[in-house]
Ligand binder design. Structure first.
Ligand code: GRF
Length: 237
């Protein structure tokens, strides 16, 4: 339980980075972002909006428990759903959109409304060169770039010794945008898809915070200069 901050202190500690977090499932990475905002590890940042395309996603309950604006957005026809999503993100003046277990592909038209402002967590090691199909791990091993839905399973089936997670900018090419940061996770003997994914997620919980900080350092001032109207304290403050 977080103690309420006296109003005099709130005005001095105005949150400047407004995050939109998109989820479809358990939301443990969302929880990591919530915790980082609340404990001050992620300073001058707030979650402005959580969106789930799955009504029963546990991540929605996490958001509500922390009294964050959270919306279930049924995903039917893509163009219309994307239009609604983009309108919501603009309405809530989101600076950066974080895909944290979001299971819908976003079109080039949607991404054009948020240039360099959407990042994704992917549970595998992706190379810097988006056209490359392998990644060289720190132990020198050459690992296929496991893109798409079953990256954890593919790493196990390929028999590689190491896998990990990558946070990258989202571009129309799936899991192939410029890399912000990544972390390696060794595969242990006897790992199942579940045990391996749990260890990857444990690493992601720090990685996603690092990625948000890197994004802010690289992009936020340019975004403000370009006239983007997000940021600053929420109107509810
Ligand atoms: C993460 O492993 C992320 O890399 C992938 O989906 C998973 C989401 O986990 N895209 P959670 O919902 O944050 O627990």
């Amino acid at each position: 339980m977080v103690e309420p901050v006296p109003s005099a202190e709130v005005s001095q500690a105005v949150p400047h980075l407004r995050l939109g977090v998109l989820i479809s499932g358990s939301g443990t990475n969302l929880q990591a972002i919530i915790d980082a905002c609340e404990c001050g590890r992620l300073q001058a940042a707030e979650i402005a909006l959580v969106v789930s395309n799955v009504a029963g996603a546990a991540g929605l309950q996490r958001a509500l428990k922390h009294r964050l604006p959270a919306i279930y957005l049924p995903w039917r026809e893509r163009e219309e759903s994307e239009q609604r999503l983009a309108d919501l993100l603009e309405l809530f003046r989101v600076d950066l959109v974080v895909l944290a277990g979001w299971m819908r592909i976003l079109s080039a038209d949607f991404l054009a409304r948020f240039p360099r402002r959407v990042i994704n967590l992917h549970p595998a090691l992706l190379p810097d060169d988006p056209s490359a199909n392998v990644y060289i791990a720190s132990d020198g091993s050459v690992i296929p770039a496991f893109r798409g839905l079953h990256a954890v399973r593919q790493a196990l089936e390929a028999g590689v010794r190491v896998t990990g997670s990558t946070v990258h900018y989202v571009t129309p090419a799936v899991d192939a945008g410029p890399v912000l940061c990544r972390a390696e996770v060794p595969i242990q003997e006897g790992d199942s898809e579940e045990t391996l994914h749990e260890r990857i997620k444990a690493v992601e919980h720090s990685l996603v915070i690092e990625a948000i900080e890197r994004w802010r350092a690289r992009e936020l001032s340019g975004l403000r200069q370009s006239g983007h109207s997000g940021g600053g304290p929420s109107q509810a403050d």
